[in-house]
Structures are given as structure tokens and as C-alpha cells.
Design a protein around this ligand. Structure first.
Ligand code: Z5A
Length: 224
């Protein structure tokens, strides 16, 4: 039986990496073999594309080309890591996925929506997330958290360096996505403490995916 595919989305500094790790810990404690991964990246080929994208090297090519590169990285990630893990019955928890392309390149970058949907259809196909968490904090607070994490003087990446208005558009885009796809997306108020946010997330996982029905048992999980 196929494993479950969970993605985390939201603007920068909303706590995605934190909660991918916390959820992974909880799933493993529950006895579920879990793969934690991220986009862009997550596989050797896609990590090379991550460097090109986040260093800003691809920025002069424009948002259309960046969207194609994100999709190419996703193709490699899906083929070499996500699909094989799901086929083995593992659960995959991914820090960003195709919704980030819809929002960053589509909503904020003005890349044609039909083009983005077409690429998604070709690359993602049936490997759609079973559940997507959209972590929400005001854009200013997310930027503050991200600044604190990397140290105020650390270099901002290609997207972190954008203005507050860009990050506010992203937030609006993610809120609209959550409203439009309520079956798949769970909107999480991520302004509270890490533990409270983790508890909200876990309640949704229990309700929507019922880990107790996972076909892989505790002993197998210990060896995963
Ligand atoms: N991108 C794209 O444009 N198109 C695409 O298709 C894809 C991606 C897939 C990837 O950057 C960039 O690529 C991203 C979108 C673009 N651009 N940006 N910006 P990344 O992977 O380097 O970074 P990120 O995805 O934006 O995440 P982030 O900025 O690293 O933040 P985060 O993972 O959401 O947050 P965090 O690291 O877990 O937490 C940030 C800090 O806040 C940290 O110190 C935590 O300890 C703290 N924190 C977390 N939760 C809390 C709570 N509840 N209270 C207080 N403090 C907290």
C-alpha cells in the first residue's frame, strides 16, 4: 500500500522546517517509517538546481525560466526519492512542493497560471500530496523570524531579499489556496508557540490520515 505524502507550505519564516522535523519525530515515535525532505532539492540532482535557484544565478533568466527550473528539480526529486519511498509504504514529509511554484512564481512572479498548472500536471501527475499544511504568520513576523535564524548579517537568498509587499502577496496567495482547497489543505495559525503549533498539526494528521491504519508495523519502522 502506498505511503502518505504530506507537504508544508507558507511564506518564509513561518516554521515549515521546524514542523517538518517535529512531525517526522512524532510519526517515527508512532512507528511509521518516515522520509523528511525539502524543495527545491531533496535529491542530488535537485540539490544542484537548488543552488542555482537560491543563489540568484537564474534570476536574470526571468520568472518563466525559474518556474521551469523548479519543475525540473521537482521531476528529479519525485522520480528518485518521493515515488520510490511512497511505493515502499513510507510516509514522505516535504518542506515545500508544487504549491510554492503556484504562489511564488504564479501569484508573486506573474507566470501564466495555465503554464504552471500544465507543468504540474506533467511533472506531479498523480503524486499529489494527501495533506498540505499551510503555516500562516504575518509576513513581517515571518521575515523577522527568518532574519533571527540566519543572523541579521547573514546573506539573504534570492527570495528572502524581496520587499515586504512581495511577502504579503505570498501570504495572500497561500490564504487563498487554503480557502480554495479545504479538503487537501489545513490552514494553521503558526503565531503561537512551537509546541502549540505542533499539537494543532498532529491533531489534523490523526483526523485526516489516521496513522494507526499504516500498513507498516512498529518493528519494521525501527529498521527503516
Ligand atoms: N521556492 C519557489 O520560489 N518556488 C518553488 O517551487 C519552491 C521554492 C519549491 C526556498 O527557501 C525558497 O525557494 C523559498 C521559496 C522558493 N524562498 N523563500 N524565502 P528555503 O528552503 O531556504 O527557505 P524557506 O522555505 O523560505 O523557509 P525558511 O525561511 O527557512 O523558514 P521556515 O522553514 O518556514 O521556518 P523555520 O526555519 O522552521 O523557522 C524560522 C525561525 O523561526 C527559526 O529560528 C525557528 O526556531 C523559529 N520559529 C519556528 N516556529 C516558531 C514559533 N512558533 N514561534 C517562534 N519562533 C518560531
Amino acid at each position: 500500500m502506498r505511503g502518505r505524502f504530506i507537504t508544508f507550505e507558507g511564506g518564509e519564516g513561518t516554521g515549515k522546517s521546524t514542523h517538518v522535523a517535529m512531525l517526522g519525530e512524532r510519526l517515527r515515535t508512532f512507528g511509521i517509517p518516515t522520509v523528511l525532505t525539502r524543495e527545491p532539492g531533496g535529491s542530488p540532482g535537485a540539490e544542484i538546481m537548488r543552488y542555482v535557484l537560491l543563489s540568484g544565478a537564474a534570476r536574470p533568466l526571468g520568472p518563466n525560466a525559474e518556474a521551469v527550473l523548479f519543475a525540473a528539480a521537482r521531476d528529479d526529486h519525485l522520480n528518485t526519492l518521493i515515488r520510490p519511498a511512497l511505493e515502499q509504504g513510507k510516509w514522505v514529509v516535504c518542506d515545500r512542493f508544487a504549491d510554492s511554484t503556484r504562489i511564488y512564481q504564479g501569484v508573486a512572479g506573474n507566470v501564466d497560471t495555465m503554464a504552471i498548472r500544465a507543468m504540474e500536471r506533467i511533472i506531479v501527475g498523480n503524486t499529489k500530496p494527501d495533506l498540505t499544511f499551510i503555516l500562516d504568520v504575518p509576513a513581517k513576523e515571518g521575515m523577522r523570524r527568518a532574519d533571527t535564524r540566519r543572523g541579521a548579517d547573514g546573506p539573504a537568498d534570492r527570495f528572502e531579499g524581496e520587499a515586504l509587499t512581495f511577502h504579503e502577496r505570498l501570504r495572500d496567495g497561500f490564504l487563498t489556496l487554503a480557502a480554495n482547497e479545504p479538503d487537501r489543505c489545513a490552514l494553521i495559525d503558526a503565531t503561537t508557540s512551537k509546541d502549540e503549533v505542533a499539537d494543532q498539526i498532529w491533531r489534523v494528521v490523526l483526523k485526516k490520515l489516521n496513522p494507526a491504519t499504516s500498513p507498516i508495523q512498529f518493528d519494521e519502522a525501527a529498521n527503516a
